[in-house]
Design a protein around this ligand. Structure first.
Ligand SMILES: O=P(O)(O)OC[C@H]1O[C@H](OP(=O)(O)OP(=O)(O)O)[C@H](O)[C@@H]1O
Length: 225
C-alpha cells in the first residue's frame, strides 16, 4: 500500500523505496545497448515537433514492443526518482509516447497515475485530466524524449489549472537542447537518465559515428529552433 499523507494524498511507501534501493541500479550503458538493439537511434534527416531538422532521431516509442526493455527504462527512472528523493502524489505521462512508461513508473513505485489527454473530448465527462485525485496534490511528470521541454511545459500548465502542483519532471532521454533552462523558467525541475551526448558516445563505441561527426551534430543541435 502507498502511505497516505495528512491531506489524503500519497507518496512512495518506505518499503518500495527500500526495494528500489536494494535492487541493482540500471546502468546507462545497459539501457543504451538495449535501445541500440531495438533500433531506437536513426541517423539521417528528420524533423522534430519544433520544426527543427535533426541529423539524429531517437524513437523510444519502439520500446513498448519489448516489455523487458520498457520496464528497464521505467526502472532506470525509478532509480533516479528514489535517489533524488522526489516527493509526489501522482504520476502523469506526457501524451502519448510516455504513457506506457508512466504506467510502469506508477506500478513500480506504487503511486497512483493520472492521465492528461492531448485534447478534451466533446462527450462523456469532458475532462482533460483523467483519474482520481485530491486538489493540492503534487504530480511527477514522466517523458520519453525531451527536446525543448515544450510538451512537459504544456502538460504542467494543464495540470496546474486543475489545482494540482507540478515540481519535477523526469525523462528517459534529454536531447540537451535547452529543456533544463526552459523548464526552470516555469519552476519545473527536470532530470533525465540518458543524454544526447551519452548516446553519441555510445554510437562512437559501436563504430557508427566518428568523434568529428559527434561534434558536428552537437553544434547543429545547439542552434536555436
Ligand atoms: O520537448 P519537446 O520539444 O516538446 O519534444 C519532445 C516531445 O516530442 C515527442 O512527442 P510528439 O510531439 O512527437 O508526440 P507523441 O508523444 O504523441 O508521439 C516526445 O514524445 C515528447 O513528448
Amino acid at each position: 500500500m502507498t502511505a497516505a499523507t495528512a491531506n489524503g494524498n500519497h507518496h512512495i511507501d518506505d518499503s518500495v523505496v527500500m526495494k528500489v534501493q536494494t535492487t541493482s541500479p540500471i546502468q546507462e550503458s545497459t539501457l543504451f545497448e538495449e535501445l541500440y538493439q531495438m533500433d531506437c537511434f536513426r541517423t539521417g534527416e528528420f524533423y522534430l515537433k519544433s520544426g527543427q531538422m535533426t541529423p539524429i532521431y531517437i524513437d523510444l516509442r519502439r520500446i513498448m514492443s519489448s516489455p523487458r526493455v520498457l520496464r528497464m527504462a521505467a526502472q532506470a527512472m525509478c532509480d533516479k526518482i528514489v535517489a533524488k528523493n522526489l516527493k509526489f502524489d501522482y504520476v502523469v505521462g506526457v501524451p502519448y509516447a510516455a504513457l506506457p512508461l508512466a504506467t510502469l513508473v506508477s506500478d513500480i513505485l506504487n503511486v497512483p497515475m493520472l492521465m492528461k489527454r492531448k485534447e478534451a473530448k466533446a462527450y462523456g465527462t469532458k475532462q482533460l485530466i483523467e483519474g482520481v485525485y485530491q486538489p493540492g496534490g503534487t504530480v511527477l511528470l514522466v517523458e520519453d524524449v525531451v527536446t525543448s521541454g515544450e510538451s512537459i511545459r504544456e502538460t504542467a500548465e494543464a495540470i496546474r489549472k486543475e489545482n494540482l502542483k507540478v515540481i519535477d519532471a523526469i525523462a528517459v532521454l534529454d536531447r540537451q537542447q535547452g529543456a533544463v533552462a526552459n523548464l526552470a523558467e516555469d519552476n519545473l525541475n527536470f532530470l533525465s537518465f540518458l543524454t544526447m551526448e551519452g548516446i553519441l558516445d555510445g554510437l562512437i563505441t559501436k563504430n557508427e559515428m566518428t568523434e568529428e561527426r559527434k561534434q558536428q551534430i552537437i553544434e547543429h543541435l545547439a542552434k536555436p529552433f
